[in-house]
Design a protein around this ligand. Structure first.
Ligand SMILES: [Zn+2]
Ligand SMILES: [Zn+2]
Length: 195
């Protein structure tokens, strides 16, 4: 069980991911066009996306993410009125992670918010799936565990989320208040962009 230091690029927002082991969550690289659109929205595509257009995420319980400094800099956007809540910092446009609504005890923590990205392999484990690969910008190397709809990853995610929900790990949340209201009013991009 390890505490992972979290920090935005400029250091104004700091936090910690608590009690992390590779088996505790699920590390994936997501190539979906929505994750790409989020990086574009922040104007951080070069820093966020790998050369194939993927975002390295660690899916973990939301209550295990704490913000220790600069919570007032947290902002939220959604690509559409029903899209995921996509969290980032106002100070330097560092993506933090993606969540569903307050009741769902999960965040896909984005690699840019990890203070020392070099620890990913050791503490989050290897990438278990390369998902939504139909949106790749160029062909992935062969041999990767890639899929557009990875059933194994979906089942792993679902079973963990159900377990976390039973344990009440959607609270406390740094992103939603006790009434389930987002701490920062999401900016919703216009409806011409799909979810
Ligand atoms: Zn910052
Ligand atoms: Zn995605």
């Amino acid at each position: 069980m390890t505490e992972i230091d979290l920090q935005c690029l400029c250091g104004s927002v700091q936090g910690v991911a608590c009690n992390i082991t590779p088996n505790f969550g699920t590390r994936v690289v997501c190539y979906c066009d929505d994750c790409q659109a989020f990086a574009r929205y922040l104007d951080r595509e070069d820093a966020v996306l790998d050369e194939y257009g993927g975002t390295d995420l660690f899916q973990m319980p939301i209550s295990h993410l704490k913000i220790t400094h600069g919570a007032e800099n947290i902002r939220c956007m959604r690509l559409s009125p029903k899209g995921m809540f996509r969290w980032y910092t106002a100070c330097c446009k560092t993506p933090i992670g993606n969540t569903l609504t307050a009741g769902v005890p999960f965040i896909g923590l984005i690699h840019n918010f990890i203070k020392d990205p070099g620890i990913r392999e050791q503490h989050f484990g290897p990438v278990l799936g390369y998902v939504h690969t139909k949106f790749v910008k160029k062909a992935l190397p062969s041999g990767l565990n890639q899929s557009t709809f990875p059933l194994r990853i979906m089942l792993r995610w679902l079973s963990k989320v159900i377990l976390w929900k039973l344990k009440g790990l959607n609270k406390p949340s740094v992103f939603f208040d006790s009434n389930g209201k987002p701490v920062s009013m999401p900016h919703i991009l216009n409806s011409t962009i799909k979810n």
